[in-house]
Every structure is written in structure tokens, then in C-alpha cells.
Design a protein around this ligand. Structure first.
Ligand code: 0RQ
Length: 495
């Protein structure tokens, strides 16, 4: 244990998960590590659920970096102990709880979240509960496989509980680059100019006297599943790669492109696979989540560097990562999400943002979060941070969903996350619409012609033509604009 908890004065804080869980009281706000199901605490949450299962009124607020696994989000939602959840989730039980309004869920841009915690917008953080690989001699915390919002939780929380996870190898020490910006009016430029720059420390600097409990655990993160790449996703990737090639030809993108950000899901996986099969080499990946396919791209030389806030690898991916750590150490860096997703940095480095839409409308507004306008899927995550600040913003989506009963290109989105002003390119398996510099009517024509499924092209044209009779700048017939969704809700078919 000496090598995991190097600060001798903290040895007296080593205790059981049950003891540590007892420090979390009803009404408190808990800020935990974790970003995607990796690097989140598991032992204390399990003990807490056991401890309070008979207490009817026990409720806490749960704030995290982003999504976390079943053994945190899932068990808390199933135990009914969450009052408020922020800023992002992907768990089935949590999704059910927030869609039935049992949990108040605030869906927040990830880049906003950390700074707004510091600004005090969301109240006090009572306890920071973070998974760590090590506590240094000074009492500082070395995170494990994700950073997310842990630095801000540790700096703002009254008390800190650390879960030292012995399954996470000590080799992880050194892979983190932790930097926290100042707050206005004294904020300075973030000194990250090149995505490969290190600007911070390899640990989270904390006041060691705030560490009230240290729990030693070897619980594994929930295994990560990867969506299979289907034919539609492959075609979307092909359309996008063709577009990149043309942009290089006309000189709007350099030969090595610009730092790529990629969202999560099957289309995002296919796009990375498509890049791997393309002529592009020596690229930089500046994103949030580093998945197995990023390791493939690093190994083959398509990527020369990857920066993110979490290592979201399969068990085999982690094995490969740890076995070849000497190779990856100089090519992979984890940062707090306040930096990985920071619009100042994204604008400076000129990121190419590639995210997935649930639906897009003919004018280019994108819905990434709500099914039929009201049911929360996951959340906006980092897609808004990258989309608005990027050099080039791209949204991908299959043109239809649910076997064609839904068109993903609609007259008006049922919820808007990314406005027409922020969206440059929309890609489906049908083709690609380049919306740069187009007026609303031109955008509508480009999207219907290039992106809509043939089964829905004519109805979309009819909608546009009818709306144009009112001769507006952005033609809509308001009564009809959401009728496709209305029809789906009633008949389970848009057609
Ligand atoms: O429903 O689960 O019932 O089958 O929506 O769709 O095709 O599995 O999509 O896994 O690629 O995720 C936008 C949700 C896409 C994701 C979203 C139904 C469809 C299915 C999911 P079922 P797929 P993917 C980095 C960036 C926001 C956050 C973000 C996401 C379900 O990419 O959460 O970008 N993005 N973060 O059947 C009704 C439509 C539909 C539809 C699909 N038009 N109408 N339902 N579905 N299209 C990550 C972080 O920030 C951490």
C-alpha cells in the first residue's frame, strides 16, 4: 500500500467502503470521477446503496464528469436515491428515472459544467468521491482512466473520499495533464496552442486535510460495449472521407487535416474506421473519448497523437494499452474535460467536429438528445462545445430510423441542440449537404436533395414548396411543421 498511498500522514484515513459511505448524508451533493463508464468510483456507491436501502427519504444529488457505469448511475437510479443528476448520462435505469421525472436532470454542455461549479451556479459540493491510481507524497491525487470533472470537484468539495483501485496500474501515473483555468475577471489565456502540449501537472493538487477517507478496492469498471459498424455507417463514412479529400484538393483543409473530434456510437466508429482505410496519415485526434479504434489508428500511424479526457477501452483494449504502455505514453494524454472540451482551445487548434444527430431539419437545425421532442436519450455531452467552436462542424445520421418508419430529416426538429448557425455539414448514407454560406431555402434544397431518404424526399419537397407560398426567409407552415412527429407518436409511422 505504501506505493499507492505515498503520503504517510494519510495512512490513518484508510478505511472500509461502509465507513466512507457513512459520510454521505441525505441532502448532500456528491461530485464523482468518471467520464463514460471508466474511472468512476464503485465500492463506496455499492456500500451506500446497501446502507440506505431501508431509508425511504434518502436523496442526494449526483454530479459526474459525464456518463458513468451501472455500478454507479444504475444502482443509484434503481435504489431511487437521486434527486438531481448532471451533466450527462447514458444508463438505462437512469434514463428511465429522468424520463419519468423521478430524477431532475439538467443536460449541460460539458465545457460549461466545471467552470459553473466553481462559479457556484449549482450550489455547494459536499463530497468529492474520486477513483485514483495513487496518492502522492504531497497528498495529491493521481486519477485513473478518466479525468472528467474530478479536479473541480476536489477543489470545491468540503470533503474528499478517494477510492484507490489496485486494478488500475501505476503506469497510468504520468498520462494525465491537469490544468484548471482561473475565473473571470482574472482569467488568463489557456496556454494550450498545440494539441500535444502539456500545460499542467500529472496529478490533482488538493488540500490533503480535505481527504477524509481512503478506500482500497479492486472492483472493475463495467465492460464497455461497442456498436457494430453497419452498411449505412460505412456509406456515411465514405461520403465524409470523399468530402475531406475534396476540401484538401481545393486548399480548405491541409493534407494532414486538422485535429479530429469524434462522438460516440456506431456511425462515429465507422467514420474512424473509414479514416483508417483512407490516404490520410499522421493526423491528430483531439477529442473526449479514446476508444479501441483510436489505438488501432495510433498503431498504424494514421493518428500520431490522441488527446482526450477518458480512456474508454474494452478489457482487451486495456490489456493492449497496458502491455504497450511505453509506446503509448508519448502518444496519449488525458486532460480535464474543462480543457479537452474548452471552446477557446477548440477554436484555436481548428478542430473538425464530427457528431451524431438523432434528427436534423431541412434548415440544418440538429436534435442530438430528445426522441420525438420529449424523451431524453443521453444528453448534449460535448457535442455543442465542439460544434460551435470548431473550424468545421459536421453531423452524421442515417437518413431513416426504425426501419424507415422515421425520417431523420424532418421539416422542423422536435428539439434543438445545435442551431442552423452552428452546423456546416450534414451527412447521411444518401450523401452530404455542404451548408456553408447557404440561405435557409438553399440549405433546405441541399439537405432534401443530398441527405433525405428517397421515400421522404417528395413529402419534404412538398412541405417546402407549400411553406414557400408564404414567401418567408425561413419558410414554415407552423401547423404542419411537427405533424410528422405527431403522426409517429399516434401511429408509430411518420409515413
Ligand atoms: O433507439 O435504442 O430504441 O434502438 O435513437 O440511435 O442509431 O443507436 O445511435 O448510438 O449512434 O447514438 C445521437 C444518441 C446517437 C448519440 C446519439 C433512435 C434509434 C435508437 C439511438 P433504440 P443509434 P448512436 C461525445 C459527443 C449526443 C452526445 C454527443 C448521442 C436510438 O450520438 O448521445 O454527441 N449524442 N456526445 O432507433 C427517433 C429519430 C431517431 C431515433 C435514431 N430520428 N427519431 N428515434 N433513433 N434516430 C460523447 C460525450 O460527450 C461523452
Amino acid at each position: 500500500m505504501e506505493e499507492r498511498v505515498k503520503c504517510k500522514s494519510l495512512h490513518s484515513k484508510i478505511t472500509s467502503a461502509k465507513e466512507a459511505a457513512g459520510m454521505i448524508k441525505s441532502g448532500m451533493t456528491l461530485g464523482t470521477s468518471g467520464f463514460t463508464p471508466t474511472g468512476y468510483p464503485k465500492a463506496v456507491p455499492e456500500a451506500l446503496v446497501k446502507m440506505v436501502e431501508k431509508e425511504e427519504d434518502f436523496k442526494i444529488n449526483l454530479y459526474t464528469g459525464a456518463s458513468v457505469g451501472q455500478s454507479l448511475d444504475g444502482i443509484f437510479a434503481e435504489a431511487g436515491i437521486i434527486s438531481k443528476r448532471m451533466p450527462y448520462q447514458t444508463n438505462n435505469s437512469m434514463r428511465k428515472a429522468l424520463n419519468s421525472c423521478d430524477v431532475h436532470y439538467a443536460d449541460i454542455h460539458l465545457s460549461h459544467f466545471s467552470q459553473q461549479i466553481r462559479y457556484g451556479f449549482y450550489g455547494k459540493i459536499d463530497v468529492a468521491l474520486v477513483e485514483a491510481a495513487q496518492i502522492t507524497e504531497e497528498g495529491y491525487i493521481v486519477p485513473t482512466t478518466s479525468i472528467g470533472a474530478s479536479p473541480v470537484f476536489c477543489s470545491e468539495a468540503e470533503h474528499i473520499i478517494v477510492e484507490i483501485n489496485t486494478k488500475k496500474p501505476l503506469e497510468l501515473c504520468g498520462i494525465h495533464d491537469i490544468y484548471q483555468p482561473e475565473d473571470p475577471p482574472n482569467r488568463q489565456p489557456i496556454p494550450l496552442v498545440n494539441p500535444v502540449d502539456r500545460i499542467g501537472k500529472p496529478y490533482i493538487e488538493v488540500d490533503p486535510s480535505k481527504i477524509k477517507a481512503i478506500v482500497i478496492t479492486d472492483l472493475e469498471d463495467d465492460p464497455i460495449g461497442f456498436a457494430p459498424v453497419d452498411e449505412n455507417s460505412r456509406q456515411i463514412a465514405k461520403n465524409l472521407i470523399g468530402f475531406f479529400e475534396k476540401e484538401v484538393e481545393v486548399g480548405r483543409l491541409p493534407e494532414k487535416l486538422l485535429p479530429l473530434q469524434s462522438g460516440v456510437g456506431s456511425v462515429a466508429n465507422a467514420v474512424l474506421k473509414g479514416i483508417s482505410d483512407s490516404r490520410f496519415k499522421d493526423l491528430i485526434f483531439y477529442s473526449e473519448v479514446i476508444q479501441d479504434n483510436v489505438l488501432d489508428l495510433l498503431d498504424e500511424g494514421t493518428f500520431k497523437f490522441a488527446s482526450g479526457t477518458s480512456l474508454t477501452l474494452s478489457p482487451e483494449g486495456f490489456q493492449r494499452f497496458y502491455q504497450n504502455f511505453d509506446e503509448y505514453r508519448s502518444k496519449v494524454l488525458l486532460r480535464p474535460m474543462e480543457i479537452s472540451n474548452n471552446p477557446e482551445v477548440i477554436r484555436r487548434i481548428g478542430s473538425i467536429a464530427m457528431n451524431t444527430a438523432i434528427e436534423a431539419d431541412i434548415f440544418g437545425n440538429v436534435n442530438s438528445t430528445h426522441i420525438m421532442g420529449s424523451k431524453m436519450m443521453n444528453g448534449i455531452g460535448g457535442s455543442g462545445d465542439f460544434t460551435r467552436a470548431s473550424y468545421l462542424s459536421i453531423f452524421t445520421t442515417p437518413s431513416i430510423a426504425k426501419n424507415g418508419d422515421i425520417s431523420s430529416i424532418v421539416p422542423m426538429v422536435s428539439h434543438v441542440d445545435h442551431t442552423e448557425h452552428d452546423v456546416n455539414i450534414i451527412v447521411t448514407e444518401q450523401g452530404l449537404a455542404d451548408l456553408r454560406g447557404l440561405s435557409p431555402v438553399q440549405r433546405a434544397e441541399a439537405i432534401i436533395e443530398n441527405c433525405a431518404h428517397p421515400d421522404y424526399q417528395k413529402p419534404l419537397e412538398e412541405y417546402l414548396n407549400k411553406a414557400k407560398e408564404g414567401s418567408c426567409h425561413t419558410p414554415h407552415t407552423l401547423g404542419d411543421s411537427l405533424s410528422w412527429h405527431e403522426k409517429f407518436v399516434q401511429t408509430k409511422k411518420m409515413r
